[in-house]
Design a protein around this ligand. Structure first.
Ligand code: NAD
Length: 381
């Protein structure tokens, strides 16, 4: 690869009216190391063309089908370097497999696949291809999540005893899918979404945050999934008890029928000496409380923060960073992973960037939670 050229990204999904595809473009391009040059943005050729136009790409590179994109791009000397997958979940595996087979690295939105067996197949494909794969658990990109992770890793909290994670949304409080609303429609269709509704859509984010920040793996769980809204085909509300390595216990509460809530993700980790408390809707403040000391409020951008937090901070304190900047941190680390891969490094994906292992664990979490709920009992992870 020539020196410092931008990485070329091809997108699958992200057509007109899509939620996360345009966010991927903004985040990927924020640091000037990546550019969107191609896409199969929709399953409709016309809509894919319209999206390509709105994104300002060469009209000849707005494809009607992702397989056509991979085939045509392979033949170009300015071909895409990697593919971002921003489609409904059931397409994550086939698109990722086809991309890897064609020699393109992958950034996929979560959950990794639609089912747990698919995640194992994807893991095998990633290993076989030997190409970088990243999973956009966006919240891992916030500087104060990195600070929380560094505090846990430092041992300052002492042994971790309890973790409480909640992710509360209210947008599915009514049967929105019956109105044809696009995001609600595929999320409540098991064939497009997979078997875990709310537990898959936002439960995997909450689960990932627990393991990512605490550094502890969940070893067993007892979950209760419910469908609150009449006629809905998948769960929309879930509570789970967790046991973690080291003997800590956890509580996970996720819901998409928590009326009035927006994107209420909150993580609390309690150790023997103190605790941390982070909320996604107030992401530039991290509360740290000590059993024998005053409560601290750490601010994003603070010069006193850990190296891990400062490494992903763009602005001085008092200048809020948010969702897109956090997303962009993952893309910056992915660009680093691509550089490392080009240099021939054996493990190019940095430990801070969620990868295929996080993807497999997330899908296992959904599968185990459904099993536990059906059996009304604890299950091993
Ligand atoms: P969406 O319905 O808004 O967008 C999906 C897009 O995929 C649409 O443009 C649709 O036309 C396109 N698509 C469907 N089939 C296609 C095909 N065969 N070829 C090409 N394009 C096709 O959905 P969304 O809310 O943006 O979610 C997309 C994915 O992103 C999901 O997996 C979801 O879980 C994930 N997501 C992640 C986050 C996050 O915080 N990381 C947030 C929202 C959504």
């Amino acid at each position: 690869m020539e020196e410092r050229r931008k990485l070329r990204m091809g997108m699958v999904g992200g057509g007109p009216g899509a939620f996360i595809g345009p966010v991927h473009k903004m985040a990927a391009e924020l640091d000037g190391r990546i550019e969107l040059v191609a896409g199969a943005f929709s399953q409709s050729a016309e809509r894919s063309r319209a999206a390509g136009e709105s994104f300002g790409i060469d009209p000849g590179r707005a494809y009607a089908d992702y397989r056509e994109m991979f085939e045509k791009e392979r033949g170009r000397n300015d071909a895409i370097d990697f593919v971002v997958i921003a489609t409904p979940n059931s397409l994550h595996l086939p698109v990722a497999e086809a991309a890897l087979e064609a020699g393109f690295a992958v950034v996929s939105d979560k959950p990794a696949t639609a089912t747990y067996p698919e995640a194992l197949a994807l893991e095998a494909a990633v290993v076989k291809a030997g190409l970088p794969y990243a999973l956009t658990h966006t919240y891992a990109g916030y500087s104060l999540v990195r600070e929380a992770r560094a505090i846990c890793a430092s041992g300052k909290l002492g042994a971790i005893r309890k973790i409480a994670v909640e992710y509360l949304q209210g947008w599915l409080s009514k049967p929105l899918e019956q109105t044809g609303q696009k995001q609600a429609a595929w999320r409540s269709d098991p064939a497009l979404n997979g078997p875990g509704g709310c537990i898959g859509d936002i439960g995997t984010h909450a689960f990932h945050l627990v393991e990512y920040v605490s550094g502890l793996e969940v070893t067993s769980l007892n979950a209760a999934l419910r469908t609150v809204v009449a006629g809905r085909r998948l769960d929309d509300d879930c509570n789970a008890l967790l046991r973690l390595k080291s003997g800590a216990s956890g509580v996970l509460m996720v819901s998409q029928v928590a009326a009035g809530e927006g994107n209420g993700l909150r993580l609390r980790v309690y150790g023997e000496n103190g605790s941390i408390d982070w909320r996604q809707e107030d992401p530039n403040r991290l509360r740290v409380k000590w059993v024998d000391g005053a409560e601290e409020i750490r601010h994003a951008g603070g010069s006193y923060l850990s190296e891990e937090a400062r490494a992903v901070t763009r602005l001085p304190g008092g200048h809020p960073e948010g969702f897109i900047e956090a997303f962009a941190v993952l893309y910056r680390e992915f660009a680093d992973a691509m550089d490392a891969w080009w240099r021939g490094e054996a493990n190019p994906v940095p430990a801070t960037l969620p990868g295929i292992r996080a993807g497999v664990r997330g899908m296992r979490f959904i599968e185990r939670a459904i099993e536990s709920s059906g059996r009304e009992s604890w299950v091993e992870f």
